[in-house]
Design a protein around this ligand. Sequence first.
Ligand SMILES: Nc1nc2c(c(=O)[nH]1)N=C([C@H](O)[C@H](O)COP(=O)(O)OP(=O)(O)OP(=O)(O)O)CN2
Length: 169
Amino acid sequence: MPAPQQATFRVDVSKEAFVFSAAHFITFAGDICERLHGHNYGVRVTVEGPLDDNRYVVDFIALRDAVLAETGQWDHHVLLPTEHAEIRVHSDDKETTATFRERRWVFPNEDCILLPVINTTAEEMARVLAERVRQRTREQFGETLTWIEVAVDENHGQWGVCRLPWNAS
Ligand SMILES: Nc1nc2c(c(=O)[nH]1)N=C([C@H](O)[C@H](O)COP(=O)(O)OP(=O)(O)OP(=O)(O)O)CN2
């Protein structure tokens, strides 16, 4: 039976296994720089599009596995921004050093994930995850989806959300 014309469909995945524990610090209000601290981040991913022959938007399992492949890489790591104007991040063959003015943090390279963001806010993390999950699944899911949305929960109900068109690069 065809869907009513005004109907829209989405698939939402939000699994306990998406929770990842990571350390970060952000700046805000211009020049306030947080202490290094951690969160158990939660993630929800939604895609919208027409129903396929299975009457799926996309297979939950395929979307779930794509999200896990990304969030798993961030679990138990320090997340550092590469585009911040004042937090400078530099890696040598062993260590990654982040500096903000007179402050300095040094980590083993393998403990760090460098993200192409200005600030490691929940919103920016949601954008990076949305881009990466879209990239990872585009071939499998095809061109007919309309958008992907990723929401990142920093502290039990504080969500940063990013929605991207499906068919942009
Ligand atoms: N829109 C956003 N606002 C804030 C973000 C963000 O990513 N997007 N991030 C922060 C900070 O990272 C802050 O550390 C949030 O952590 P939280 O633990 O919630 O802050 P609290 O000091 O209130 O923690 P409590 O554990 O509740 O004491 C701020 N804003």
